[in-house]
Design a protein around this ligand. Sequence first.
Ligand SMILES: [Zn+2]
Length: 625
Amino acid sequence: PALLVVAAGPWHSVRWSHAGLDFGWHARRSLATELDRDAAELRRTTEACYAHYADLIDDPYPFDSYDQVFVPGLNWGAQEMPGCVTYRDELLPRGAITDTQRAIRAVIIAHEMSHMWFGDSMTMTWWEDTWLQESFADYMGYRVAEAGAGFSDLRVEVEVRSKPWGYRSDARRSTHPVAPLADDVPDVDTAATIFDGISYAKGGACLVQLAFWLGDEEFMAGVNRHLTRFRFANATLADFVESLAECSSKDVRGWVEAWLRQPGFDTLTVRRDGDVPVLERAGRRPHAFTVAAYDSALRLVGRKRVELGDEAVRLPEFAGLVIVPNAGGETFAGLRLDPESWASLCAGLSRLEDPLVRAVLWSSAALLVRSRDLSADDFLDLVEAQLPSETRPDIIEGVLSEARSVVIPHRVPASRTAGAVARVAAAASAGLAASVDDEQRALAWAAALAATSADAAMLREWLDADKVAAGIALLPTTRWEAVVRLASLGEADARFIAAERDRDGTVEGDLGALRALAARPSTTAKDAAWEAMLAPGVDNRRFGALASGMWIAEQAHLLRPYVDAYLAEAPKLATRGQAFALEVGRAFPRIALDPRQLDALREALAGDVPTILRRSWEDHLDDRE
Ligand SMILES: [Zn+2]
């Protein structure tokens, strides 16, 4: 449905021809150095994805050129117009780019390219079929960046980052089927709220399960039949199901009904009959997945494909062993292991050889915190005990992000927040010490330590030296994390922050300084930040930076009046337009809220709240319940 875009320069461009087509990468002139730094990789990734789609999809590339533009101030991560994709230019970071950032960027490149077919050639009829473009693009993005562009183990990123978002979304009142009914998406404001964890993360995960359950050949045959049939045409769920059913002897319609037409997710349970593990499913969907079995030293003993439905599945060949269902991350379901397996795995999580299994278990632990089957303390125990020896930066970053932005604000009361943040800092400190010979891991740990440490002297040392340690750079984003952290500790005044802004000299520096000024622990600083957020001309980026500095986890007491002010003013702010309304929702206080504040939120929701903000507030409330 994205039709056209006008990108006004001046641009710095890299253009070339390949396979009879004109390609280009463009960035604003002030990012010329960064574009030149990454041009070879961006071109290689683009060509590799293009070649892979040519192999995978019968229908030839539908347009006559392919340009990709890094633009400032884009509200979405990226946006696919036919033959021209725009990306937010944060994807072209200053300084060094980390391996995790490179991998995620490749996934986005592959995701957007898939939209040339899924969305731009074959287009949904109305917004209820948003999944026909976004779930497929989510699925294809990971698949093609890995198989085509050669970024390895991307399913790890899916498990630690994407699926937790999907599970969280699916446990809220706002959840909906991956493919809802047209009547449930009556207008464009409702449509704007459907670009969510269900349409992307869960939908993509459902397609992984569909391909695994059906077999890849039949899955792709159905997909190709659908794309060819609806080249430059509009399609619906029913059209897709028809194409798929023509290519398979399995009960595709039953599968679609169970997986795409019902909200919620199942839980896979392991119990023991004597020594024999027995798999059971709480829920109503058929599942196909791999079970991995380990001995008591957590060495892999065997793997097996299992199909689980209404009937329990006994695994006598794995008697007495530690069991992990969904070891390949093939299905979308919670895990409840038998106590013996869970205890062994928690004690040796970072020793498991397969990073995907480690990621599946971290994701399961986060889900258990959500359902209150695991306490925040137990989760932080696991972080402190296991994460410092984790070897994958993407797992480190994903788990720390879950701990800091979900577990602590949603499950730790204000009186204990400082202690919980200190535990994350302790894990980060141990992790950094353990990864001095691995720069990628060290960069991940340094970013977390900069945001959580109470050691002002150490942070100042990093800033003075402009590095974390010998051989470990202080990335510009981490540098700003450290400045914001110092400000929140009362260790950076306005002069200090202004000097950092001048030293930076870019728009990121302006935003970082705004954030740092707002983070200072005084009523004067918070008043000024709040005033700036209410200013009529504030743009989305500045508003977001101010909010991010405003809500500091350990400042819950100081922030009490601003929580009330936010609840009172936000509905008015959210009438400025769709993108700003999303930003106002994201500016929700990311701190522990007490029962009185949650009641105030419920009361505010009983009043007149614009559609997009209402959705965001209900989600924030549900995440805390
Ligand atoms: Zn997309």
